[in-house]
Design a protein around this ligand. Structure first.
Ligand code: ZN
Length: 84
């Protein structure tokens, strides 16, 4: 777990049930330090499905968005770890 930036965002990985994979997956999760679960944003590191504010986000109308989401989440995790 790491705290970064002036917004005191907490970035971590969590295991959550993914509605797309239909099983528990590891998620990249970011949230504001003050907020509870409903202020949490997550990306499935397997398929790229995203949720935020306690709901699953609409799927973007873009080619390869799942691949792009996973790549972005993994890059953020690496950046976070590099700062530790
Ligand atoms: Zn998934």
């Amino acid at each position: 777990m790491a705290i970064c930036g002036p917004g005191a965002q907490v970035v971590s990985t969590r295991v959550r049930f993914c509605i797309n994979c239909k099983r528990r997956r590891r998620f990249y999760v970011s949230r504001s330090k003050e907020l509870d679960y409903y202020g949490e944003y997550g990306t499935c590191l397997t398929c790229g499905e995203q949720y935020g504010g306690g709901e699953w986000l609409p799927r973007p109308f873009a080619p390869r968005w799942r691949v792009a989401n996973v790549a972005k989440a993994k890059r953020k995790l690496l950046e976070t770890r590099a700062r530790l």
